[in-house]
Design a protein around this ligand. Structure first.
Ligand code: 5AD
Ligand code: SF4
Length: 459
């Protein structure tokens, strides 16, 4: 067995550890959602402030950190596969420190420490300030774990280490209080808390001044954002941000059908710099299943939000999340899910097979839908959704879209990439003489489309 020090207090830095930090290269690999991407940047910020050096090459690293996801079983399996692979790195360098951060770390806790004789540190989402100290202890040979959840931690004072691009994530809330019965997030990320209003708006301004041209406000449920000291809700935050950075493209995710207010939708409609794109998960088309999921709304309420959005912003793009094969879901209820997909006509969707997660309420409902049926239902949803998205995108051929230029595409440097105001990935041949640069918004006339991308020519 290993000695498992649960660290509760960060000791002041000593000079010798500063020197150690300055020669220690850390590589962070991120799995899962955008919140994790931003969390890795926060960990990068914490480490940089203590003098550690970031590296993009795992081969060069003294420390490899995996920021993990626990939302579905296959997300966790990916991490185990990666750990297997990291064994070779450890063979080559026996001093290598391997750490697991994030939701899987929080969920599996001590079970992960020493996993495959490889994992040295385990750190939950609210304990990232302790990463430097844990690394130092690990470099001296002791394994460590820090997994306490907090009611207040928002990392508000930490400047995330954003290394590239013109798009930045800003976490506005952490945790979730919704307790959808299938979901581990309330257990892995703890209670919901909001970051102070003014510090978010100030960060948006700083980001614009340092060259960023797009921000995405992040939360598990942005609509429940509330700064009680300032008495400001999410609509207030959207408005204030849109005014503070009028040339920044502003996005946000994720919305909740129960909590999304008219004020949020109307504020979006009012400002050109708020992207006309909403990610509004509906999860399932049957009211009975929604109740079993504890989603707190009916399909009528969901459609009411969609109608309001379309009334205020007829061209707003929509995406959603859907789960197939929730416990006891019947064939008719699956058809109801397909009907919602048909009725709303989403531009995009993330579609998943139900994955039972230990300790959630749904776990106790059993997992009675066979994998075969879940897969068949999922494929039906995917097929329908793709055909609709393809049709929607085809209607864009010949139109001119405002594309925020992100730079050369990975495959071909002469083809550049950007996204429309409605968040559609757009490819266009780069023309040097047109005089635009990365971060500009340009007019692109759409010539060809697929279900997920647009191609066009710059005007
Ligand atoms: N099984 C399948 N999908 C899930 N999601 C969350 N938990 C589960 C689970 N246990 C999906 C939901 C959510 C998205 C982020 O992941 O659709 O909106
Ligand atoms: Fe999970 Fe529901 Fe919270 Fe989303 S709203 S993170 S699905 S509990």
């Amino acid at each position: 067995m290993f000695d498992l020090p649960v660290l509760t207090e960060v000791k002041p830095k000593q000079k010798s550890s500063q020197i150690l930090a300055e020669t220690t290269k850390v590589y962070i690999e991120t799995y899962g959602c955008q919140m994790n991407v931003n969390d890795s940047e926060i960990v990068g910020g914490v480490l940089q402030a203590q003098g550690f050096v970031a590296t993009h090459k795992p081969d060069d690293a003294d420390v490899i950190l995996l920021n993990t996801c626990a939302i579905r079983d296959n997300a966790e399996r990916k991490i185990y596969d990666r750990l297997n692979h990291l064994k070779y790195y450890k063979k080559r360098n026996s001093h290598l420190v391997v750490g697991l951060l994030g939701c899987m770390a929080e969920r599996l806790r001590t079970q992960l420490l020493g996993e495959k004789n490889l994992v040295d540190i385990v750190v939950g989402p609210d304990e990232y300030r302790k990463v430097p100290q844990l690394i130092e202890s690990a470099l001296h040979g002791s394994r460590g774990i820090a997994i306490k959840l907090s009611k207040v931690e928002t990392y508000d004072d930490i400047e995330p280490l954003r290394t590239e691009g013109i798009s930045a994530w800003i976490s506005i809330t952490r945790g979730c209080d919704k307790f959808c019965t299938y979901c581990v997030v309330p257990f892995t990320r703890g209670r919901e808390r909001s970051r102070p209003f003014t510090s978010i708006v100030d960060e948006a301004k700083r980001l614009y001044d340092s060259g960023f041209r797009e921000i995405t406000l992040l939360g598990q449920n942005v609509d429940s954002y509330f700064d009680k000291d300032d008495n400001k809700n999410f609509a207030d935050l959207l408005r204030a941000t849109a005014i503070a950075v009028p040339k920044m493209r502003i996005r946000y995710t994720t919305s909740h059908p129960q909590d999304m207010s008219d004020a949020v939708i109307e504020t979006m409609g009012e400002f050109d710099n708020i992207s006309k794109f909403i990610h509004l998960p509906f999860q399932a088309g049957s009211n009975r299943i929604l109740e079993l999921m504890n989603r707190t709304y009916t399909i009528d309420r969901y459609m009411n939000r969609i109608h309001k959005i379309k009334e205020v912003m007829p061209n707003c793009a929509l995406s959603t999340d859907i789960i197939s094969g929730f416990p006891t879901e019947t064939e008719e209820e699956h058809q109801e899910t397909l009907n919602v997909v048909r009725e709303v006509r989403f531009d995009g969707a993330f579609m998943f097979k139900y994955s039972p997660r230990e300790n959630t309420k749904a776990w106790k409902m059993g997992d009675d839908i066979s994998d075969e049926v879940k897969t068949r239902r999922l494929n039906e949803i995917i097929e329908l959704q793709y055909s609709i998205a393809k049709e929607i995108n085809e209607t864009l051929v010949g139109t001119t879209e405002k594309v925020l230029v992100e730079g050369p595409s990975k495959r071909d440097a002469s083809i550049w990439i950007g996204r429309t105001d409605t968040n559609k990935v757009t490819f266009f041949p780069h023309i040097d003489t047109k005089g635009y640069v990365i971060g500009d918004i340009v007019d692109v006339t759409i010539t060809k489309t697929t279900s997920t991308t647009l191609n066009g020519e710059i005007n």
